[in-house]
Design a protein around this ligand. Structure first.
Ligand code: NAD
Length: 499
């Protein structure tokens, strides 16, 4: 598959993608596939103004009609799943199966949002006053700015946009400067759906091409009511402060440092499969990648050799090739960070298995790595950091309480899991004294979440929730209504105030 054919199949004309100053390369071999023209700060200001005008109209459209637009988006996504999935693979380097999976997630959340468009329920509340009713209603909140990371170039946009659109909010997307072609191809898909829908306001969905400075225009603007930002903890700290300074609404989806506890009763066959998928999938570049393996002494010497033999034979290579399971890292900087982390782990007493660069002769400009497994004596500082690469730190434990303490003793709080067939252990892991993460699983790995649940995590992961459950409430404003249908004016709390 040539790069040009992937771009064309995804609805992009390669001749339109030249001449700008933002160079887009593919991690497959490091070659340049496009040069895009960046927007300016003024452009983004104008986009925000246009989105505010779109809001004025879109909020008046009944929610089930708004759902119809999202249904059309999912329809268009279905017919372009293969081409968009391949573009995801080309631009961010994940294997084709994962690229397709990402587009499937977009379709799933659209379907969820269509149903949701008839279920934006409020409450009725018992009033303490005679002849009064109370209720809670949900209204559109305003323009939603969506800032996304390189490693999931399309799905997180859709987790936000599908909900925001049914909730009555226009969207402005600032994709990662490393993967904007996926955003442009998605925008074409949305434009086709908007055309079929026929009655959407102009500029309901817009894309900003550029770097962090343009993301900051969104975070600083009072015209952007909601900022949903996916990326590193450093980015989230800056975005969170900027949005809080103007009392905007923020949804933060930041870094993770996810662990699995393997207990003595675990089904090791299942655990091995889950560990390998979660630790090396997307070349360790998922926010939910398994980074820490906390193994009971009784099964350690059985589990680790099995993992080593699988690690030794992992198919690493061009992510668009059938059978490859590990694609490249995004760029040289990611490679450097991986090797710095491995060096630090060695200084801390870690024993490294794997971690060498692969395919250097074939792809001098592509950063392919053998995933690394590092046996650590304890959970040192380097283990407590998120290194966005395929490094799995392995540590031992004796008592479950000790394993849970280790699981929680990191700054991040995204995803976690336990492999155990002992209900006392699994329930403790899921309890208030168990995992402190936003996601805690039993007998499955920490990655690959379904869209039906709320997605996100605590502590340095930012505290935001997206996708399923009641995450939609993050895109609406809540209003409490008290209606007096009596002929009296009783005050709450029995207060008397005679005039
Ligand atoms: P990054 O933080 O470098 O960039 C993410 C996005 O933020 C980019 O679009 C960037 O231009 C923008 N940005 C950066 N600084 C900004 C600022 N001050 N104001 C506004 N916008 C700004 O992240 P990355 O390297 O692209 O992605 C990897 C990171 O993302 C990892 O830490 C990973 O765990 C995290 N991530 C988290 C989730 C999640 O749902 N929790 C999902 C995917 C990735």
């Amino acid at each position: 598959m040539s790069f040009t054919s992937v771009l064309e199949a995804a609805g992009l004309d390669p001749s339109d993608l030249n001449g700008g100053d933002l160079s887009i390369t593919t991690p497959i071999d490091g070659s340049e596939v496009a040069r895009l023209t960046k927007h300016t700060v003024d452009d983004v200001g104008e986009m925000i103004a246009r989105a505010e005008a779109a809001f004025d109209m879109w909020r008046r459209v009944p929610a089930p009609r708004r759902g119809e637009l999202v249904r059309l988006i999912s329809d268009e996504l279905r017919s372009r799943k293969d081409s968009l999935g391949a573009l995801v693979s080309l631009e961010c380097g994940k294997i084709l199966q994962e690229g397709l999976g990402e587009v499937q997630e977009m379709i799933d959340i659209c379907d969820f949002a269509v149903g949701l468009s008839r279920q934006l329920y409020g409450l009725t509340i018992a009033s303490e006053r005679p002849g009064h009713t109370m209720r809670e209603t949900w209204h559109p909140l305003g323009v939603c700015g969506i800032i996304t990371a390189f490693n999931f170039p399309v799905a997180p946009w859709c987790w936000n946009a599908a909900l925001a659109l049914v909730c009555g909010d226009p969207v402005i997307w600032k994709p990662s400067e490393k993967v904007p072609l996926c955003a442009l191809a998605t925008q074409r898909i949305v434009e086709r759906a908007v055309e079929r829908f026929g009655e959407a306001p102009d500029d309901l969905s817009q894309v900003v091409i550029g770097r962090a400075d343009l993301g900051r225009v969104l975070t600083d603007s009072p015209g952007v009511a909601i900022i949903s930002a996916t990326g590193s903890t450093g980015m989230g700290r800056s975005v969170g402060q900027a949005v809080a300074a103007r009392f905007g609404r923020c949804i933060l989806e930041l870094g993770g440092n996810n662990a699995m506890v393997v207990s003595p009763s675990a089904d090791l066959e299942m655990a091995v499969r889950a560990i390998v998928f979660a630790a090396v999938g997307t070349a360790g570049q998922r926010c939910t990648t398994l980074r820490r393996l906390i193994v009971h002494d009784d099964v350690y010497d059985d589990l680790i050799p099995r993992l080593r033999s699988i690690y030794a034979g992992l198919p690493i290579g061009d992510p668009l090739t059938d059978g490859v399971l590990v694609g490249p890292l995004i760029d040289e900087q990611a490679h450097d960070r991986m090797h710095e982390a491995l060096s630090r782990a060695k200084v801390d007493g870690g024993v490294v298995f794997g971690g060498e660069r692969a395919h250097l002769d074939e792809y001098p400009g592509g950063y392919y790595e053998h995933p690394a497994m590092v046996e650590m004596p304890t959970q040192t500082d380097i283990v407590r950091q998120e290194t966005f690469a395929p490094i799995l730190y392995v540590m031992r434990y004796r008592e479950l309480g000790q394993a849970i303490t280790m699981q929680n003793d990191v700054p991040q709080g995204l995803s976690s899991c336990i492999f155990s067939n002992d209900v006392r252990e699994t329930e403790q892991f899921l309890s208030m004294v168990g995992s402190d993460c936003g996601i805690a699983n039993v007998n499955i790995g920490p990655s690959g979440a379904e869209i039906g649940g709320a997605f996100g995590g605590e502590k340095d992961t930012g505290g935001g929730r997206e996708s399923g459950s009641d995450a939609w409430k993050g895109y609406m404003r809540r209003q409490t209504n008290t209606v007096n249908y009596s002929r009296e004016l009783p005050l709450a709390q029995g207060i008397t105030f005679e005039v």
